[in-house]
Ligand binder design. Structure first.
Ligand SMILES: [Zn+2]
Length: 377
């Protein structure tokens, strides 16, 4: 039986909480690193816990396409595949249907998606997304929803809300039939509605009536811009139960994290910190460093002299990393990905500490000074 415990905060303010699972407690606000195919891109898995990670995300749709249902089960589900003994959340593939862009339009039945590995078509339905996640045995399964693609006009978002609510009912019934909370798996739904407050409200209320274990805010960070994204968060969290966990999907720049925490979000995931690292960007307390810039060519400092992560303690200077990036060596990208994730988990710890101490807003202003200047975080 998994449940959220709200320790501090209310519906639309910074909140301290705990997500209790059979595999340990997650202190919130929390950030889940993304191991899409059960593998991190950069950090070693044994580095995740020391840097403050308590929960991991993998992607059920991607694992279904490769290595496939039977192989994932043979490898011990998502815990066996990742070697991670803490809680794991699997994403359901709704966002992949959006981002792969090879989808046909969603129907009442699901998505038809070109198989990214074997060719042919996959009929990715709410039933299949549910059954695959039941078989993969994550601690938290996400509903399959419809994440509308641009242009986010009202009709498109309205259709997405309608289908998302219809599928939510079906998947909630499947969950109940499997034993509900007694199955050992929690089920999170996803609020859609784009940039339209009335649609966000309708979707949130429709989902709340079905009583999920957690509520994600979806359909944000899809190119709508920072202010529209935060409006989407506010228009969702205001209609969600105070004492249930709220999860903002796909958000993870320092600025977006503190701004979303300020609006009552408890849980995050994002590939951005590790991806930025693999492309040569390091996160520091003072902002971003682009290590490919010429100014770092003969720089003997570590990535971040104030950081205690393995990469910064390795003795390898910025200049070596820059030269390595230029020569397409593997290690510089791995080291920066690991450093950036360490930075983000450290930031989450500072967020939690500052909420407890009543100093969150001061801390947020410092982050915005270093990271608030442009849309990339
Ligand atoms: Zn570091």
């Amino acid at each position: 039986m998994q449940y959220f415990e709200l320790l501090q905060g209310d519906a639309q303010s910074p909140r301290r909480g705990q997500w209790h699972t059979q595999r340990g407690t997650v202190q919130t606000p929390a950030f889940m690193p993304v191991a899409t195919r059960a593998l991190m891109r950069g950090p070693w898995h044994h580095q995740l816990r020391p840097m403050g990670t308590e929960m991991l995300l993998t992607n059920a749709f991607h694992l279904f396409t490769r290595p496939g249902l039977e192989t994932v089960q043979a490898l011990g589900g998502v815990h066996g595949m990742t070697g991670w003994d803490g809680p794991i959340l699997t994403d359901s593939g709704g966002f992949q249907a959006f981002s792969l862009s090879k989808m046909t339009r969603p129907t009442d039945k699901g998505f038809e998606i070109d198989h990214p590995v074997h060719g042919g078509k996959i009929s990715w339905t709410p039933q299949l997304a549910f059954e695959v996640q039941a078989a993969f045995q994550p601690d938290v399964a996400m509903l399959l929803d419809v994440c509308p693609a641009e242009p986010l006009v009202e009709k498109t978002c309205d259709d997405a809300v309608r289908t998302t609510l219809h599928w939510a009912k079906e998947q909630r019934a499947l969950h109940e039939a499997r034993g509900g909370a007694g199955s050992g798996q929690a089920q999170f739904c996803i609020v859609q509605g784009g940039v339209f407050p009335a649609l966000r409200e309708e979707c949130a209320k429709g989902l709340v009536a079905l009583d999920f274990d957690g509520y994600a805010v979806g359909g944000v960070s899809v190119g709508e811009g920072f202010h529209a994204m935060m409006a989407g968060v506010e228009n969702s969290t205001g209609h969600l139960p105070l004492k249930k966990i709220r999860y903002l999907m796909g958000v993870g720049t320092p600025r977006d994290l503190v701004e979303a925490v300020a609006r009552g979000i408890d849980l995050f995931d994002c590939v951005w910190p590790t991806r930025a690292g693999r492309f040569g960007t390091a996160l520091t307390q003072h902002g971003r460093l682009h290590l490919l810039n010429a100014q770092f060519a003969d720089d003997t400092s570590p990535i971040d002299p104030e950081c205690s992560c393995d990469a910064c303690q390795s003795g390898i200077p910025r200049g070596t990393l820059r030269a390595g990036f230029k020569a397409k060596e593997l290690l510089p990208g791995m080291m920066l990905a690991q450093h950036n994730l360490h930075f983000i988990q450290n930031l989450m710890q500072e967020i939690r500490n500052s909420i407890e101490a009543g100093t969150f807003h001061t801390m947020k202003e410092q982050i915005l000074l270093a990271y608030g200047a442009d849309g990339a975080g």
